[in-house]
Design a protein around this ligand. Structure first.
Ligand SMILES: Cc1ncc(COP(=O)(O)O)c(C=O)c1O
Length: 383
């Protein structure tokens, strides 16, 4: 094929990510009826493996929708007009979550932070002391726009439980890449996306619901398409209420089998080591990591663009000359940072190729780099 996409690039944006061939091939299986025995067997297997992934005894659902649809489903099943929802806002995706609450007629109580910071359990506790009748804490566990992970999430879960509040977590860009035992951490509703740390194509979102959450959901004026109670009644017979994206379900099934074969602990450790290698390499290039050390994500690597170089040009060179695609910033920090996805199939070759492409592109643009320093720094960790 003779076109600009003829050579395969390494996709290192924070989702979609590179998909293993096993997962891609699964999508080519013949079509089946979503009301027949083959689909029921497929869906049952997926749900069992999802329970393992979310580390939950609760219910889990697969939605034919991108991550935004999953978060919208969660918000629409929990928030009634006038409900008070405590929400830290520290990036584009927490802004969006707040907007969803507003559109449901909910009343967001915002804890506004600088981009690059993570909310703490103390900040949540202090704000709750000042408010009455709060119903939900809504939080983005991994702010993809800034590369920040909320390391206090277990403590925030304890606070929610002690005060009888629901905890809603957007884990779209982290579930499968870092630890998140939803039952142990008292997370009531948790949303993930297929195209991030699961190494599956985009188009599905996954949502877990705790036993406690159902009582609230029953009292919510729910939408028609995203009604979790309808989904639960269909799931009793291993079906979905509406036509699911069957090829994507095949892909998800395969991706989840690969996760089980690897095991969660090994998978999280692989992401952690690769992220450390990225951070070391970035610092060896003289660049500044965007979030503070304690808030750095293991799945989204965000670092500042050197002011002397044009960010679009760096990314164009990486893409066209070195066949590695990374992302710029999103939202308020669009032009200030670069972001790399450290997700799914991530391992030493992907890290080294990406770091090397970044170093070369910067050198091509006249930015002073010590030849090979970043790759050496990454290799030290990866070995
Ligand atoms: C934290 C977070 N929430 C929600 C979304 C929205 O997901 P999607 O683009 O799949 O709708 C994303 C996408 O990057 C995300 O990173």
């Amino acid at each position: 094929m003779d076109c600009e996409f003829s050579e395969r690039s390494l996709i290192m944006v924070p989702g979609p990510t590179n998909v293993p061939e096993r997962v891609s091939k699964a999508m080519m299986k013949p079509m089946i009826s979503h009301r027949g025995p083959e689909f029921r067997a497929l869906y049952k297997g997926i749900i069992e493996n999802l329970r393992y992934l979310f580390q939950t005894e609760g219910e889990v659902f697969v939605l034919t929708a991108s991550g935004t649809g999953g978060v919208e489903c969660a918000v629409s099943n929990l928030v009634n007009p006038g409900d008070k929802v405590l929400i830290p806002v520290f990036g584009l995706f927490s802004e969006r979550m707040k907007e969803k609450i507003v559109r449901r007629g909910g009343s967001p109580l915002e804890i506004k932070l600088e981009y690059g910071e993570a909310p703490t359990a103390d900040q949540i506790e202090q704000r709750l002391e000042l408010e009455e009748d709060v119903k939900i804490i809504a939080i983005v566990y991994n702010e993809t726009s800034t590369g920040v992970t909320v390391r206090d999430l277990p403590e925030i879960g304890k606070i929610a439980k002690e005060r009888g509040l629901l905890l809603l977590v957007d884990a779209v860009s982290i579930l499968g890449g870092d630890t998140l035992p939803v039952d142990e951490w008292n997370v009531d509703v948790c949303v993930a996306g297929s195209q991030k740390c699961l190494a599956c194509p985009p188009g599905l979102s996954l949502i877990s619901v705790s036993e406690r959450a159902w009582k609230w959901i029953e009292r919510t004026k729910r939408p028609f398409y995203y009604d979790l109670l309808t989904m639960r009644s269909f799931q009793d017979r291993w079906e979905t209420p509406f036509t699911p994206a069957i090829p994507l379900f095949y892909a998800l099934d395969e991706a989840l089998k690969m996760i089980r074969e690897e095991g969660l602990e090994k998978r999280f450790e692989r992401h952690r080591v690769c992220s450390e290698a990225f951070y070391e390499a970035i610092e060896a290039l003289g660049l500044e990591v965007f979030p503070k050390k304690e808030a750095r994500s293991n799945t989204v690597i965000a670092f500042k663009r050197p002011t002397s170089v044009d960010g679009l040009e760096v990314r164009r060179l990486m893409r066209e000359r070195y066949k590695v695609v990374i992302a710029g910033g999103a939202g308020k920090v669009r032009d200030l940072i670069f972001r790399i996805g450290c997700m799914g199939t991530i391992s030493a070759p992907e890290v080294i190729t990406t770091v090397s492409a970044l170093e070369k592109a910067l050198a091509d643009m006249g930015y002073p780099v010590k030849d090979g320093a970043s790759v050496e720094a990454a290799k030290r960790l990866l070995s």
